[in-house]
Structures are given as structure tokens and as C-alpha cells.
Write a protein that binds this ligand. Structure first.
Ligand SMILES: [Zn+2]
Length: 337
């Protein structure tokens, strides 16, 4: 009997203890939420971006207008991917863009870049790479802002530190919007060839890309003024119909060279002089006007962004996309020494 009473006392004590302790166990972990008036943090937005371990080791001086701001590589790259590729693109395409932008940045760091001691890189797309803040990107994205920002940040963090290497060093990872079904070798567009920037097939579907086919027309006076600015020795007298001749094109129709007023120039120079969207063009004369029909957008060298999006939609991952567009490269973690 005595033993039974002792047992029931012990059981009662244990039950009492549980009665008092259990609520504490439930409440204590949430005490801060119960005692503060701040609403709980919404996990889907407002969390500050944190770079991955490797990207956070590189700090950049980024020039924007007259100001120079220091930020780590990952934070910078999120701003570049926001600006350089539509965030509606496939996640693997965004990752390929993040790695290309990281590689381009590391290449600039190692080769000195365009800004001397003042800055490592700038936010002007015609000089270095475009960059926009989260605030501006969100204003452009509207209702999709949360999802898009998350996709872009993920593209950078999930490829932390990875770069495109040729012979163990970061490449000049140039990219463009869309090609005419074939990218172009560096030497076809610029002065020098690079082994990893060769012409390769590109699968973008033209009819789904905005302004993939464009048209530009110039009066004889306009054409003469623009061309003579870059090619003063061209003889642009006589009838307009004889001014452009003997275009040499690649198999996709991009103009390698063309004779302008008797002088052979690169298609890329004509593109720049006239402000055409690409060097994949044909032309016809209409009376005293020259009309150009242009395919694709950009210089056509390296990664095609719309081609990357198509490859991703067809199941390729970012490494497959990058090793397709850049010849003979590897994609690996790389931290500048
Ligand atoms: Zn720059």
C-alpha cells in the first residue's frame, strides 16, 4: 500500500511538473515574437542578399556615373544579371549568364580593365557590363518582382565562384542577345581571333524573339554621312545602287566583308556605322534610298542569350550551355589570387 501511495505521489509530482514546464517549452522559443510588436518576417521578400562563400571573398570597386561603390562580387553579379538578361528566362540560362558575367568581371580584374586605379569595372553596358539596383529592377518587373529577384539571386549563389576557364584562366566571356542561328568567331567581328570564341550553331527560334527581324532605311545623304565617318576613302559618288557590292557572308548570312564605295570593310563596321541591330543583313535600293533587313541583335560572338534560353528549355544545364557557346573551355570554381 505504502509503495502504491509513494508511486502515486511521484506520478502526481511528475504530472504537476509537466503541467508547469510544458507551457514554458512551448512559449519560450517564440518568446521574442510574443513580446515584440514587430510582425513576423515574411520569408519571401526583404531578406538581404548574401553572397556565397567564394564570391564574398572578392571585393570590387564599381563605378557608376561619378561615384565608386565597393561591393563583393556576388552582390555585383546579381545587379548585372538583373540588367543583362530577362529574368523571365529559364533558370539554367540565368545561371549561364551569371557565370559568363562573373568570368567577364574576373577577366577585367586580371587584365586591368578600363578604369585604372579608380575602379575595377563600371555599370555602363557600352563600356563594361550593365548593372541595376534591386529597387530599379523591381519597378521594371512589377508583380513578378519577388519571383524574379529570387531567380536572379539563385543563379548567382548556386554558381558561387564558378568561372569559364581556358588554359586555367578566365576567358573574355562576351555575350549577345540573339544570333542568326550561328554565332560568330571573334576574328570575324573584331581584329583578333580567340580559340574559345568560334562560330557555333545557336538554336534560338526567331519568330518568338521581339524585333528579331528588323528593317532600317537611309537616304543617300544619310548613308554617305555615316559611312564616310568610318571609311573616309570610300567613293560614294554616282548612283546609290552601286555603293554596296560583293558581300561575303557566312552560312547564316552574317556579313564578313562588303565593298563600300570600292573599299572592303567588315560587316561589323557597317553595322556600327549605321547602327544596325546586327551584322547579319541584306539590303536593297529603293529609288535613292538604301533599305537594310537585319536578323538578330548584337555582335554575335560568344553566348547567345536567347539561344541559351532555348537550350535550357530543351533540357540543357548551364554548363552544357556554356561549353557549347565557348569552345574548349571548362566551368570550375575560380578565386583570383
Ligand atoms: Zn567600364
Amino acid at each position: 500500500m505504502k509503495r502504491g501511495i509513494r508511486e502515486s505521489v511521484a506520478v502526481s509530482a511528475a504530472l504537476l511538473a509537466v503541467l508547469f514546464i510544458l507551457p514554458l517549452l512551448v512559449i519560450v522559443p517564440f518568446r521574442s515574437e510574443l513580446l515584440t510588436r514587430e510582425p513576423p518576417v515574411d520569408e519571401t521578400e526583404g531578406e538581404p542578399f548574401a553572397s556565397g562563400d567564394l564570391d564574398s571573398r572578392t571585393v570590387l570597386k564599381v563605378k557608376s556615373g561619378d561615384t565608386v561603390e565597393e561591393m563583393d562580387l556576388g552582390t555585383y553579379l546579381v545587379g548585372v544579371v538583373r540588367a543583362e538578361m530577362p529574368a523571365s528566362f529559364e533558370e539554367e540560362a540565368l545561371k549561364a549568364q551569371a557565370v559568363a558575367a562573373r568570368t567577364y568581371t574576373l577577366y577585367k580584374l586580371q587584365t586591368g580593365g578600363n578604369h585604372g586605379a579608380e575602379a575595377d569595372i563600371c555599370t555602363d553596358s557600352t563600356c563594361c557590363q550593365a548593372y541595376i539596383s534591386e529597387e530599379r529592377a523591381r519597378a521594371n518587373w512589377g508583380k513578378d518582382a519577388d519571383a524574379y529577384e529570387k531567380k536572379v539571386e539563385n543563379a548567382v549563389v548556386s554558381t558561387d565562384g564558378e568561372a569559364i576557364l581556358y588554359g586555367g584562366v578566365p576567358i573574355l566571356a562576351v555575350f549577345h542577345s540573339s544570333s542568326a542561328g550561328l554565332t560568330r568567331a571573334a576574328g570575324q567581328v573584331w581584329l583578333n581571333d580567340l580559340p574559345y570564341l568560334q562560330a557555333v550553331d545557336s538554336p534560338e527560334a526567331g519568330d518568338t524573339i521581339p524585333n528579331y527581324y528588323s528593317r532600317a532605311e537611309f537616304t543617300a545623304t544619310e548613308f554617305k554621312e555615316k559611312m564616310l565617318a568610318v571609311c573616309p576613302e570610300a567613293d560614294l559618288s554616282g548612283s546609290v545602287s552601286g555603293w554596296l557590292k560583293n558581300a561575303v557572308t557566312d552560312s547564316a548570312g552574317s556579313v564578313e566583308t562588303v565593298e563600300v564605295g570600292g573599299v572592303t570593310v567588315k560587316g561589323a563596321q557597317v553595322r556600327t556605322a549605321l547602327g544596325l541591330r546586327s551584322a547579319c543583313f541584306e539590303w536593297e535600293t529603293q529609288g535613292e534610298k538604301l533599305v537594310f533587313y537585319v536578323t538578330g541583335y548584337g555582335h554575335g560572338v560568344g553566348l547567345s542569350q536567347y539561344g541559351a534560353d532555348q537550350m535550357a528549355a530543351d533540357g540543357a544545364d548551364y554548363k552544357e550551355i556554356l561549353t557549347h557557346y565557348y569552345t574548349g573551355v571548362t566551368v570550375e570554381p575560380y578565386v583570383p589570387g
